[in-house]
Design a binder for this molecule. Sequence first.
Ligand SMILES: [Zn+2]
Length: 308
Amino acid sequence: MKQLLGHQPIEGRFRDAMQRGRMHHAWLLHGVRGIGKFALAEKLAGMLLCESGSACGECHACQMLKAESHPDVHRVGLLEKKRDISIDQVREVLDFLSLSGAEGERRVVILDQAERLNNQAANALLKGLEEPSAGSVLIMVCADAMKLPATVRSRCLMQHCSPLTENDVRTVLESKLDANIIDLAVKLADGCPGSVSCLEDDSVAKALAEWQRLVEDVTRADIGKVENWCRAHVVSVPHELIVRALLQPVYPRLQDYQGTGFEALEATHKAVKDCLRWPGEVIRQSLRASPTLLSCVLELRTALKSTD
Ligand SMILES: [Zn+2]
């Protein structure tokens, strides 16, 4: 199987549990988005079901797993256009798990986006966690474990997944992205390669690279060009990445700030906060993205100029 980067300690713990015959029946993989938690869940399922116990990727079990046709694996997650994971989906999970019987037979459920379980669904799941069927393993994936009821959390083996090192991010991205966007992508990914997966789209990658050049030194940015860029591309480039590219050159300036203008520094911090808030505000207040982004840039530019 293709090596999965960054989560070896968890793989090690899982392997250890398998070898000792002390497999916990519910694993909760939690950590920020975009670091490969779901891929890790798939790998752990592979380790359990693989004929050689190694998620080899070659054997019949691994092939079926890859094709999502393995009869002993059930995947559940948020359905399209739904706000949460429903009790019906959890009932399917419980039914699936109760089918396991034969000695030594493994059944695996991968539950993605567990933070989206609604109350009813979480309560139903709880029942399954209290009375696990022999041989069944539930692997839950969750970006924010605190959104799960404490009763669910306490019955799971919590495994925190960390962001990847810069080298690992680079390795992951090198297999997916165009060489000329890699450096920027690694910087913007900030340990989470999944957060820049949109750059696999060449037009998004080009637009973001252009944005980065435009705002590299925002105090000297050509505002006319910035405005044009906002109009043309704000819809197609993820807002979080627009902000990351905008602020990335600003942070070192703030850290190295040697000036005495306290107010100027305060204004810059406020401008940075406003930029960080912008993606959320656009959604929450249905703001028009292009002019509001432009005003963020202008606020940042004015503040930074006053620190010069
Ligand atoms: Zn295998």
